[in-house]
Design a protein around this ligand. Structure first.
Ligand code: SF4
Length: 450
């Protein structure tokens, strides 16, 4: 008789708001099998995306980096020599010490992002940065714009769990995202609401797979969401859909807002957004008539320079109608504000020196190619430690990123699972674990299950 299959509980580490609950088959001490969605979390409810269901292929892939490597030829030539962990770590530490002694500690720049959302594996690099006074980090690639707009409007990064909207909501608006491809669980709950009778509205410049499912798709010009939201508010105020009792009780300047949008007519917004005037009015009336209107905001807002203002404008909609107070109404962008965590130990917040210069994550190319403005007038960056990201593929101004990474005087250590485009430029490559090989602590931003 076969032994019963052993499974271990886990959660998905990817940069995706679901943080799906997982059950991982343990085939033996070194081998995992199928990864399945677990029923422990009713938001993810056993539904996971295909890439994580097939994670065993990643974990046991023959191309995984298994030993530290040091460059053994010209930069980027792909010539490597395997070395021991001790030798590799000594080389990295020595290079950082030498560079810092020669150019100052700000010439070393730990560079990371969200390859894992584990608080330790992702954010521990910040403690190294702050303890050593290496250049600080201004995170600009993803959430900063949308976070700023949301917090300006709502006050905290929290909202209504989509599970609460499935039954009572009359309107579900998916704004600035394409969950058919990127948020399987959002789509699962949104479609359940639609099946029950709720209208599904999608606001997105593209005719995405999500837009294909919508009752109403508003294909506005990129970066014009704020104009649409202002015109919707114009209609809400003008046609009596504003809840003044709610506005006076819970918001700070409703009279100023009403005055501000008085001239932001649907005709005005049509010129900016490219949407027909009548479509804007139709959406505003649908939203205003149904107090149980729910908006799921996504990270598309961060893809334009005015993303914070756009997000702020959208957050005002449920405040104007008072939708927040009705079951099924309100909005969500992320829930990370519900975790009262002290991150000092992990991120080195107790040793931050704010006089140390802060460099912009998105400007890696100009920084590495000596742009004085990007370097904030400080020393050149002469050493990098890269974790959980592949900037040679994803950073803006790639030609400059590649030119910078190819600098012979730049020492680069890349900590990675595979030989990525960035790792190919490294002086030292350190093999990294996957989430099935390390311990960590995760929070979710798409739901409230702990
Ligand atoms: S849907 Fe998101 S959280 Fe769930 S398994 Fe896929 S990437 Fe991970």
């Amino acid at each position: 008789m076969n032994a019963p299959l052993r499974t271990a509980p886990s959660v998905c580490p990817h940069d995706c708001t679901s943080t799906c609950a997982l059950d991982v088959e343990i085939l033996d001490a070194r081998t995992v099998g199928r990864v399945r969605g677990a029923m422990r979390n009713s938001y993810t409810g056993g539904v996971i995306c295909e890439k994580v269901a097939r994670y065993a292929e990643r974990v046991h892939h023959p191309d995984r980096l298994l030993h530290p490597l040091v460059r053994n030829g010209p930069k980027g030539a792909g010539q490597w020599k395997p070395v021991s962990w001790e030798e590799a770590l000594d080389r990295v530490a020595e290079a950082f010490i030498v560079k810092a002694a020669r150019h100052g500690s700000e010439s070393v720049w730990p560079y990371f992002y969200a390859g894992t959302m584990g608080l330790v594996q992702r954010d521990g690099i910040q403690r190294l940065r702050h303890a050593m006074k290496y250049s600080r980090w201004f995170s600009t690639i993803c959430v900063t714009l949308s976070d700023t707009g949301w917090i300006a409007g709502v006050g905290s990064k929290r909202g209504v769990d989509l599970r609460e909207a499935v039954q009572p909501a009359d309107v579900v608006v998916i704004w600035g995202g394409n969950p058919v491809n990127t948020q399987v669980n959002v789509m699962q709950h949104a479609m359940a609401a639609k099946k029950r009778g709720a209208k599904l509205v999608v606001v997105d410049p593209y005719r995405t797979g999500t837009a294909e499912k919508a009752d109403l798709h508003l294909a506005l010009r990129p970066g014009t969401d704020g104009a649409l939201a202002c015109a919707v508010m114009h209609v809400l105020f003008a046609e009596g859909f504003a809840d003044w009792e709610y506005l006076r009780r819970y918001t700070d300047c409703p009279d100023d807002l009403a005055a501000h949008v008085r001239t932001r007519t649907p005709e005005w917004a049509a010129q900016i957004t490219g949407l027909p005037e009548q479509t804007i009015v139709e959406f505003a009336r649908l939203y205003g008539r149904n107090k149980r209107s729910y908006i799921r905001c996504h990270h598309g807002f961060s893809r334009s320079r005015n993303g914070a203002a756009n997000m702020h404008a959208v957050t005002c909609l449920p405040a104007v109608t008072g939708a927040w107070q009705h079951p099924g109404g309100g909005a969500l962008y992320g829930h990370t504000g519900i975790y009262p965590l002290d991150r000092s130990l992990i991120e080195g917040l107790d040793v931050v020196d704010r006089s140390v210069r802060e460099l912009d994550q998105s400007r890696l190319g100009p920084i590495l190619t000596g742009d004085a403005d990007a370097l904030k007038g400080g020393p050149p960056v002469t050493a990098l430690l890269v974790q959980n990201t592949n900037p040679a593929m994803v950073c803006p101004e790639l030609h400059k990123v590649h030119a910078g990474l190819a600098r012979e005087d730049l020492f680069t250590c890349v900590h990675e699972q595979f030989m990525t485009e960035t790792a190919a430029f490294a002086d030292v490559v350190l093999p990294a674990t996957t989430f099935l090989e390390d311990d960590d602590f995760y929070t979710s931003s798409g739901h409230t299950t702990f």
